[in-house]
Design a protein around this ligand. Structure first.
Ligand SMILES: [Zn+2]
Length: 367
């Protein structure tokens, strides 16, 4: 296990795609760019990157790692792209002085891995770079258990000057206070529309309805935008989500719950997209109702006809509450709450909030 380079297959795909690994290539605002530049130049204090799913934590971690390993960093903190370290990383995503600890399919890092890959290798001198980088994922609630975190305390506290730690997580409250007190934190801000467009363009994504959806509904999160824009099932999921959404006021409770839950389960990988679609339908309705007409909205993006809009206008719907419910569901899912339970609860609550408007009078059975 000594100095084993990280084989690409051992890690999550987005951790090893070093094709773009220069800080200068990131579509980010000037504040974040400045922070990153300082991080590269500063003394080796362990870094914790905090951001929700899709915030670009992996990309930042790998760009920073490349900078730390680079033999001649540029003035803006970017890796040079041509030195032996940069060439090694760009060839395979692996580097002899880079250790990536990520949970793999099990979703959990083992405490033995922390001991063998981090604690035991901490004092080994770097092989080709002047630094040695450890990237550690604490992404989800149970990715990095308390025992793992405890095993990390000493390495974080006492390590050679050539060691750089990059830890990332969605929610720092899940980390032990003793870990949090040993790290400096970086919270990448949400990207603006222009930056998201640049990220999608650079990924070679052609204009499409999915790309427009990603631009409108990714909340400035690059990873989310990339996933949405490249989901080949976008059209199919859009159509089915819209059909289910339109059935909220009229389908009978049982048929609705069963059909809705089946749909979510069959498309579990695209749950985030479905929830974002439901949010976009709600926003579109509330905007349309405010404006009285669809004028001003591009026809291609209108999910509802004038007639449907008039029907929805009769329901007294609290759109803010529904949007809040969807956000709450996303948070619940990211903290590993039971999937079926969370989705059932969402469907029932949405239906009751929508049907409360008064027209649950047209129960019909699903085909
Ligand atoms: Zn370099």
């Amino acid at each position: 296990m000594v100095s084993k380079p990280v084989a690409p297959n051992d890690s999550a795909p987005d951790l090893v795609d070093f094709g773009i690994f220069q800080l200068s290539s990131l579509a980010i605002n000037d504040d974040l760019r400045q922070d990153l530049k300082q991080l590269v130049a500063s003394k080796p204090y362990p870094l914790l990157i905090i951001g929700e799913e899709g915030a670009g934590k992996h990309t930042l971690a790998k760009c920073l790692a490349a900078s730390y390993l680079c033999h001649s960093v540029e003035s803006d903190g970017s890796a040079c792209g041509t030195c032996p370290s940069c060439r090694m990383i760009s060839a395979s995503g692996a580097h002899l002085d880079l250790v990536i600890l990520d949970p793999g399919p099990s979703g959990r890092i083992k405490v033995d891995e922390v001991r063998s890959e981090v604690a035991a290798r901490l004092f080994e001198a770097p092989r080709i770079s002047h630094n040695k980088v450890f990237i550690i994922s604490a992404e989800k609630a149970d990715t990095l258990s308390e025992a793992c975190q405890n095993a990390l305390l000493k390495p974080l506290e006492e390590h050679p000057a050539f060691v750089r730690f990059i830890i990332f997580c969605e929610d720092s409250d899940r980390l032990l206070p003793t870990i949090r007190s040993r790290v400096q934190t970086l919270r990448p801000a949400h990207r603006n529309n222009k930056e998201i467009r640049q990220i999608l363009d650079e990924a070679g994504i052609e204009d499409s309805p999915a790309k427009n959806f990603a631009l409108d509904c990714s909340d400035g999160l690059p990873g989310v935008a990339l996933t949405l824009a490249q989901d080949e099932r976008y059209r199919q999921i859009y159509d089915e989500s819209l059909r289910i959404f339109k059935a909220f006021p009229r389908e009978n409770r049982t048929a609705f719950l069963t059909g809705g839950l089946d749909f979510f389960k069959a498309n579990k990988d695209s749950t985030d997209m479905i929830i974002r679609l439901l949010q976009s339908f709600l926003r579109e309705l509330s905007l349309g109702l405010l404006a009285d007409k669809w004028e001003g909205l591009p026809a291609e993006s209108a999910a509802f006809t004038d007639k449907e809009l008039a029907e929805w206008a009769k329901l007294e719907i609290d759109y803010e509450a529904l949007l809040g419910l969807l956000s709450e569901t996303k948070r619940a899912l990211s903290s590993n709450t039971g999937y079926d339970h969370t989705i059932s609860r969402l469907l029932l609550q949405m239906r009751s909030k929508i049907a409360a408007g008064g027209t649950a009078s047209d129960p019909r059975t699903r085909q």
